[in-house]
Design a protein around this ligand. Structure first.
Ligand code: FES
Length: 155
């Protein structure tokens, strides 16, 4: 142990000053890393894929069907059949069907019945997906191909 008159290897004041500088540097680097990560989504929607659903006659006009595994709502109207993605366009949470449209449980985005954004942080409306019919007569939804909102598949 050094005596009072002996010089310490690293004086206490210098040590505290260096420790403070390192703590400030770590805080600045951590803050910058956090800010750079902000624009990136925490949840990424799955890549699209084609899947078969039922026959058109199983989905009469005026009815709809939620396909939870595919995260899609099938909606049958007099204009035709539409498939609307249930993946929120904000950060990829799954929206819930409500009486007047869709609501995202994560950050409160609200969508109209046709998927338009009517509130919240979502940057765009819910995707409408391509619907076609296979040779066996069953409907096919292409999860990887977006169509214009309001594009119904005519049966
Ligand atoms: S994921 Fe943020 S509002 Fe839906």
């Amino acid at each position: 142990m050094p005596g009072r008159l002996e010089e310490e290897a690293l004086p206490r004041r210098d040590f505290l000053g260096l420790a403070g500088l390192w703590a400030a540097a770590v805080a600045v680097v951590g803050s910058i890393a956090g800010m750079m990560r902000l624009p990136m989504p925490s949840v990424l929607p799955e890549g699209g894929h084609r899947f078969r659903v039922g026959r058109p006659e199983e989905l009469p006009a005026g009815t709809e069907q939620v396909l939870p595994e595919q995260k899609v709502l099938l909606s049958s109207t007099p204009e035709g059949i539409a498939a609307i993605s249930l993946v929120c366009t904000h950060l990829g949470c799954i929206v819930a069907r409500t009486e007047n449209g869709f609501a995202c449980p994560c950050h409160g985005s609200v969508f109209a019945n046709d998927g338009r954004v009517i509130g919240g942080p979502a940057p765009s409306g819910l995707k409408w997906l391509e619907v076609s019919q296979a040779i066996d007569g069953r409907l096919v939804v292409n999860g990887g191909r977006q169509v214009e909102s309001g594009s119904y598949f005519k049966v």
